[in-house]
Design a protein around this ligand. Sequence first.
Ligand SMILES: Cc1ncc(COP(=O)(O)O)c(C=O)c1O
Length: 388
Amino acid sequence: MNIIYLDNCATTRVDEEVLDAMLPYLREDFGNPSSPHVLGKRARRAVDLAAVSVAELLGADPGAVVFTSGATESNNIALLGLFGHEDRAPVNAVFCPTDHKSSLSIGAALAARGVETRSMAVRHDGQADLADLRGKLDAHTRVATTAWVNSELGTIQPVAQMAALCHEAGALLHVDGAQAAGRIPIDVEGEGIDTLSVSAHKIHGPKGVGALFVRRDVRRRLRPVMYGGGQHELRSGTIPAHLVVGLGAACRIAQKRLNDNWSAVTRLREVALGVLSARVPGFRFNGDPNVAVPHVLNVVLPGVRGESLVSGLHKVALSTGSACNSDSQEPSYVLTSIGVGAEDANSSVRICLSPQLSEEDLVTGLELVCERARGLAEVVAGASGHYA
Ligand SMILES: Cc1ncc(COP(=O)(O)O)c(C=O)c1O
């Protein structure tokens, strides 16, 4: 039996069309895009076309796209790159406490250097509190950052309003778009976003490649975080043409299917809700699904330890939260940041859907989840009688 995959925020299966687009750049067209000869030129052309596909998905100019190894690196270039080693408080940056570690750890590194870091308040529904953000920004704020779509809750942040507040204060807004790109419409120009990170493996592309959108007038304010051959002024290193082509193909496909994918996962979400509400007593959402993408469901399964449930399933893959935090025994900081109590946080799981999932597999997968939850609730609290 195939594994039923319900963890599409952690990563996704590479689309066959993406793989087909990539393979020639590992085989016959293996040239270095920086080489002046015929193979180099072919690779360069493929890289340039990929930049067009990424740019089209983001509503950007292809010249504003920098290829990176993924959203982690993009976040580092955009956030660390704005600060010099000499910068100290009162220079500050504002972070969102529910964001991915790839942003929050940069905050910790900046704080260790002496830059002041501030945390914006987040409401119970998962969205940033805009009045609080306004109060956190001042003339010394260089940047505020948020994930557009939260990786554990699916919450969509009001980035256009956040960008307006940042600009009023003379600060920039960096957006981690790892979970947003290819899933919701993006128009970086219209939203007023200054820098935005993208990751290919979240949208059925390969791992190890991503992009950073950098608004033209912001580029000169960023310093590279690593140095080398200068293939790009912000990011040195040989451009992996096959990976970049994979990213471009994944963006092209995601853009073409954006509306259909949204409808498909909305339908799947209804199916999931039907199964969970019928079979899980006291089932409830973390965050507010009305301000979240339809493919992420973060739910409380009362009486069950999420970690035990997830690790004991052999035919279904889902998680309790971000893949990079899954070794931690602590309740998810994302959930506790929006005011979920420790007990509920420990009883939560994240179900991430994909339009490639069939309704039949989803129902089978969730029934296996509910069956295991019932068994665990029996052991933990003698509560299985409530589970259908
Ligand atoms: C919101 C968010 N940002 C950043 C990342 C890191 O992306 P990458 O694996 O491309 O470095 C992830 C991956 O889990 C994510 O969900």
